[in-house]
Design a protein around this ligand. Structure first.
Ligand code: DAH
Length: 337
């Protein structure tokens, strides 16, 4: 039969175990060993009924206070461990959790920056639909049916006779139809061509078109605007060169080269040792286009230009594969400021 001495011994042993415990699970094990249904102290309390009255009182009191003492000691030790646990996992010297933020796509950056430059020259911005009719994409722009110039633009035709616009120039027609001269507009947007995908061409790309129609507009005005744009966009000290070209909707037509901004025209890999980089197509709006939108082509003249955004971004940021723009790899996109 247990006596008070034995109870004290059990308590001393249990307290020593609590002292030696090094984790919350050690404490749980002590709780089971001494206080649970079959625990040592519980067993003493259960056996009291077999003791003579005097002894029962003494042993009962000792066992009860041992139980209380042990419960308190275990619970105090538990909260010490819990606090220590929190402290050991909280290191104020570690860097915080960085919130990953997105980045502006280089194509969007280039479009925004071009629009900003032209806005500074008094142009407004207009947009048109990606899905176009043959009329706006070709016919109104002076591409007659079966004209070989249509082959220059590999078109995605839709089932209903509509098509995905192959350039942003149709917005010129839509805007001219809605307005009266003077009109001075920039039309940025997405364009589509059914071309073989390679490092230099993709089925989706972007253009920034612009045009100005008024009385007495000349090729000199076109040059003035494009020189101002190039200085602002690419930097001072560039040379521009106009080369004759052909577009059905402009007459005369030209392509513009800038002196290579990397080598200053001496010749390098970027300009393929030519010293020049082709950056846009332009010209005086063909009188037929002005007639198609109901303008008096004897009274009004205008110029227009179209800039390839991907090509510009590739030159500006030295990107050697157009497909990178469309892979949605955030590591790529984050590189551009
Ligand atoms: N639309 C032409 C293309 O996609 C680019 C262009 C050239 C636009 C001359 C113009 C322009 O407005 O005047 O190749």
């Amino acid at each position: 039969m247990p006596g008070t001495e034995q109870v004290e011994q059990i308590l001393a042993e249990a307290l020593a175990a609590v002292n030696a415990a090094s984790s919350l699970s050690d404490l749980d094990a002590i709780d089971v060993k001494y206080l649970a249904r079959k625990g040592a102290i519980t067993s003493v309390l259960k056996s009291l009924k077999d003791l003579p009255l005097e002894e029962r009182k003494a042993v009962g009191a000792a066992a009860n206070s041992a139980r209380i003492k042990l419960e308190e000691t275990i619970s105090a030790a538990k909260s010490r461990f819990q606090q220590a646990g929190i402290i050991s996992t909280f290191d104020p010297t570690l860097p915080g959790i960085a919130r990953r933020i997105g980045a502006i796509h280089p194509i969007t950056r280039v479009i925004d920056s071009m629009c900003e430059t032209f806005r500074g020259m008094g142009f407004t911005i207009a947009k048109g639909p990606d899905i176009e009719t043959d009329y706006y994409n070709f016919e109104a722009l002076n591409f007659p049916p079966d004209h070989p110039a249509r082959d220059m633009q590999d078109t995605f035709y839709l089932e209903n006779g509509l098509l995905l616009r192959t350039h942003t120039t149709p917005v010129q027609v839509r805007e001219l139809e809605k307005s009266k001269p003077p009109v001075k507009i920039i039309t940025p947007g997405r364009t589509y061509r059914n071309e073989a995908i390679s490092t230099r061409s993709y089925c989706v790309f972007h253009q920034v078109d612009g045009f100005l129609v008024d009385e007495g507009v000349t090729m000199g005005d076109l040059k003035g605007v494009l020189v101002a744009f190039c200085r602002d966009f690419y930097g001072e000290g560039l040379k521009l060169r106009f080369r004759p070209s052909f577009f059905p909707f402009t007459e005369p037509s030209a392509e513009v080269d800038i002196s290579c901004f990397l080598c200053g025209g001496k010749g390098c890999q970027l300009c393929k040792y030519e010293g020049w980089l082709e950056i846009l197509g332009c010209g005086m709006i063909d009188p037929n286009v002005l007639k198609n939108v109901g303008y008096d082509s004897e009274k009004y003249t205008g110029f227009a230009f179209g800039i390839g955004v991907e090509r510009t971004a590739m030159l500006k940021y030295r990107i050697n594969d157009i497909r990178l723009f469309y892979e949605n790899d955030i590591r790529f996109i984050r590189q551009f400021k």
